[in-house]
Every structure is written in C-alpha cells, then in structure tokens.
Design a protein around this ligand. Structure first.
Ligand code: FES
Length: 105
C-alpha cells in the first residue's frame, strides 16, 4: 500500500495487489478495511467463511509489505512467520506496498 497520505499520515487512494487464481489485481484500499473486504469490493471472489478470524478459509500469503491482524485463531506462529495472514482480519500497514496471494500453498 502506498501513494498519497493525509496530513495525519493516513494513506488515501491506496492500492493493494491481490493475486488470485493466477492473476494479479490492483485493488483499491481504504484505511481500516480488511484485505478481504477490499478484494470483494473490487469484484474478486476470494475464499472465506467465518469472517471472524477462526476458520482460516481466507488465508493468503503476504509477499510484500506488511499486514496486521485483529484476530488470529487459525494460524500458528510458524505460518505467521512465513507470511500467512487471515485476510478477513488483515489490514495493510500504511506506507508499504502490499502484495497478498491466495495462490500460495
Ligand atoms: S474467514 Fe474465517 S478466518 Fe477469515
């Protein structure tokens, strides 16, 4: 996520890159949105179920940038260290060009 920032430092007009089914998409991203919300708002159909951070259905790998999770009841520490995030709980950290992929295994 990058581009312009407001006077209080929040990014505006930001974009995250989402890889899904072998294609990369530039997805508009608003501060505070989950990555899953942003992807769905852009018309993508990523996997998800609970939207509460419990099931792991929405997991994707962060390939660049940084993501914070509000709740994580599905991924273990090793998976998080490898870059896996729950996109229903994940929010892009401002100022970093964020790339997440649903295509990793
Ligand atoms: S949809 Fe269940 S953890 Fe994200």
């Amino acid at each position: 996520m990058s581009q312009r920032e407001t006077s209080d430092g929040r990014a505006v007009g930001a974009v995250v890159v989402v890889q899904l089914d072998g294609k990369r998409h530039d997805v508009p991203y608003r501060e505070g949105q989950s990555l899953l919300e942003a992807a769905r708002a852009a018309g993508l159909r990523p996997p998800f179920a609970c939207e509460q951070g419990h099931c792991g259905s929405c997991a994707a790998k962060c390939l660049a940038g940084s993501v914070t999770m509000a709740v994580n009841d599905a991924l273990d520490a090793d998976e998080v260290a490898e870059g896996w995030v729950l996109t229903c709980q994940g929010r892009a950290v401002r100022g970093a060009h964020c790339v997440v992929s649903y295509d990793e295994e």
